[in-house]
Design a protein around this ligand. Structure first.
Ligand code: CDV
Length: 318
């Protein structure tokens, strides 16, 4: 039986600070319908897809921050997305800011992504683990990146889910730069990783890297795909958003590490590709047969140490 799924990457152009959720959802519905006309079975939307990328501003009042968060999913504005996707028999991946509240009234905030299948069933949820940026405002920077202030580190690990006839995983934006992200999913036999991103062209702590933003985006995702023999679907929120330029370059990457479809604009744009999940075996069963070739007894530092420490003493090889 064929395990080929047609996947759409639904890049979004900029979203204004005061653009209503309902207007954004309308844009997403247009992409969803186009995906349907192309036979897509899964559509991937970006990180924090429903609003502008609000961590670029320092807000003093929690209430100002919370307007960007979803208290329920689906909620009043997102229900239409769920309804249309189910009617079109398309699954989707959606990034959003999640606000939870427990019985004691304790509130928690996460940078979250969900995967929903063609029947509207929630396949899985992921909360971003690698939060970039800073906790305190940086007055010298032209814009802020306050993810460390506004979100908690995700508490769900890096799980995978059986859906769409294969094993799927999720990560979010900065997660893609860390090989650990892909390897933890690779060790679960992941066959398709969906991820969204908001990546400014300008990186204030090291502006000499600005010219390489597109390169590093693809480098990270292509390496993650190849080294774990998995499909990767990376989707941007792109363009000039509230004066901040965000890279595009949304793409679908084969397990070989090759980009097989790529957005050409910085606006709302859908690309699609046929993803044969059986192609993962060409790497997962050979060069990257982990059970055969990994040597984890030599990888202890990866989990024992967080930052750089003293060098390892090796035995005298002579
Ligand atoms: N949203 C992000 O996680 N953005 C980071 C930027 C700040 C470097 C990224 O890794 O693309």
């Amino acid at each position: 039986m064929s395990r080929t799924i047609v996947v759409g990457a639904a890049q979004l152009g900029p979203i204004g600070r005061h653009e209503p959720r309902a207007a954004v959802v309308e844009r997403m519905l247009a992409l969803l319908r186009e995906a349907s006309s192309r036979g897509c079975e899964l559509v991937v939307f970006p990180e924090l897809a429903l609003t502008t990328f609000f961590p670029r501003w320092y807000f003093m009042e929690q209430a100002e921050i919370d307007v960007f968060f979803e208290r329920e999913m689906p909620g009043p504005d997102t229900q239409a997305l769920f309804d249309e996707a189910r009617a079109l028999r398309i699954g989707f991946h959606l990034g959003y800011a999640e606000l939870t509240q427990d019985a004691a009234g304790q509130r928690r905030r996460f940078n979250t992504a969900i995967m929903v299948d063609a029947s509207g069933r929630l396949v899985g949820k992921y909360r971003k683990v690698h939060l970039p940026g800073h906790r305190e405002p940086q007055p010298a920077f032209p814009f802020q990146h306050l993810e460390k202030r506004y979100f908690e580190v995700g508490d769900l690990g890096l799980p995978t889910f059986d859906a769409f006839g294969g094993r799927v995983g999720m990560c979010i934006c900065n997660d893609r730069r860390w090989p650990e992200t892909f390897r933890v999913m690779g060790l679960q036999g992941v066959e398709l990783v969906a991820l969204g991103y908001n990546t400014p062209v300008h990186y204030p702590p090291a502006p000499e890297l600005d010219r390489l933003q597109d390169f590093h985006n693809h480098l990270s995702m292509q390496a993650g795909a190849y080294q774990n023999g998995t499909w990767v679907v990376g989707v941007a929120k792109a363009g000039c958003e509230e004066g901040c330029d965000l890279i595009g370059g949304s793409c679908i990457i084969a397990p070989s590490g090759e980009i097989i479809a790529r957005c050409a604009t910085l606006g709302d744009e859908l690309i699609s590709a046929e993803c044969d999940l059986d192609r993962c075996q060409a790497l997962q069963a050979t060069l990257f047969n982990f059970a055969l070739h990994r040597e984890p007894q030599h990888y202890g530092l990866i989990v024992e140490r967080k930052g750089v420490g003293p060098r390892l003493e090796s035995g005298d090889p002579a």
